[in-house]
Write a protein that binds this ligand. Structure first.
Ligand code: MLT
Ligand code: MN
Ligand code: ZN
Length: 298
């Protein structure tokens, strides 16, 4: 787990709430949502490229270049959305000799129009863009297989009004991935954005060893309660922890870890007031909050 917070991080630079203030004082920061995954421990893929990517890469010895070279174990990046907190870090990768990016069609479209990171990177690195589609597994280096899972039609705010037909209503603006390794039954699911718990999510979770899922908000009205605004968790494309927990209880077996925690979420701040009852419910469902730097082996 390279980073486990939602956009803005913990603490968020302009937030003086109790949790962010404590995080500032104690140095218990969370960086923005990003994962590195490998089937063989040699070839690694990023899942998302957070704005904190440089520091995240430096903190992960597995991803360091071989001594005396500029070759690193990174083979590419897979994107779960076109949101800025998942894509700004692509610019950080411009020093790479080559860069392979896997993303769905609408995500690729957004990254070549509203946020034109594709054209911006072209003069810096040899970028290769590959389209992924829900239900169609991609075979990656080191025996890693990634199967995209359609999770929602929420577009980034910058892409709300992009011209072009057919982008509205697609369910692959946000995807998760079901990772498996060649010659093994190990399986990990990564779904930092989960708008609703559909039968497809049930199927993806079945038989998984670990499921890393959307922990943006603890309750549907959390953000409204903090900011006085009207935006609900569901309206922002995030099923609240309170609303996904019953599904975890219904589908026991995998180890469940919540990630992409917003700084308003009490669960993002261990030991803060308000975490007690919910944290106990998480534990009862076999779930926990993911932490930056966590290494998960399945
Ligand atoms: C999200 O996860 O909903 C987005 O990253 C929010 C945002 O930063 O606009
Ligand atoms: Mn986000
Ligand atoms: Zn805060």
């Amino acid at each position: 787990m390279l980073g486990t917070s939602a956009g803005g991080g913990v603490p968020q630079w302009n937030c003086g709430c109790g949790g962010c203030t404590t995080a500032r004082r104690t140095g218990t920061a969370r960086t923005q949502d990003c994962l590195a995954v490998s089937a063989d421990g040699a070839a690694w893929y990023l899942v998302n490229a957070s704005p904190d990517l440089r520091g995240q890469l430096l903190a992960a010895p597995e991803l360091a270049p071989a001594p005396g070279s500029r070759e690193t174990p990174l083979r590419g990046a897979l994107l779960t959305s076109a949101e800025l907190d998942h894509t700004l870090g692509l610019l950080t990768l411009r020093e790479a000799a080559a860069l392979t990016v896997h993303a769905t069609l609408p995500v690729r479209y957004a990254l070549h129009s509203g946020f034109p990171v594709g054209p911006l990177l072209a003069p810096y690195t040899k970028a290769r863009w590959h389209t992924v589609a829900p239900g169609q597994p991609v075979e990656l280096d080191g025996g890693l297989r990634a199967e995209p899972l359609a999770l929602g039609g929420k577009r980034p705010r910058y892409a709300a009004d992009l011209p072009g037909e057919g982008w509205e209503g697609r369910s692959d603006w946000v995807v998760g991935y079901r990772f498996t390794a060649a010659g093994s039954r190990s399986c990990a699911v990564y779904a930092p954005g989960l708008a609703a718990w559909t039968p497809a999510v049930d199927r993806a979770v079945a038989g998984a060893d670990v499921v890393i899922l959307d922990g943006t908000f603890s309750t549907d009205d959390e953000l409204a309660g903090r900011t006085g605004g009207a935006r609900t968790s569901r309206g922002m494309g995030h099923l609240a922890v309170r609303d996904s927990l019953p599904h975890l209880a219904r589908l026991p077996g995998p180890r469940y870890l919540y990630t992409h925690l917003n700084n308003t979420n009490p669960l993002a701040h261990p030991g803060s007031p308000g975490t007690g009852a919910l944290a106990r419910e998480l534990a009862a469902a076999g779930a926990a909050v993911a932490e930056d730097g966590m290494l998960i082996e399945v």
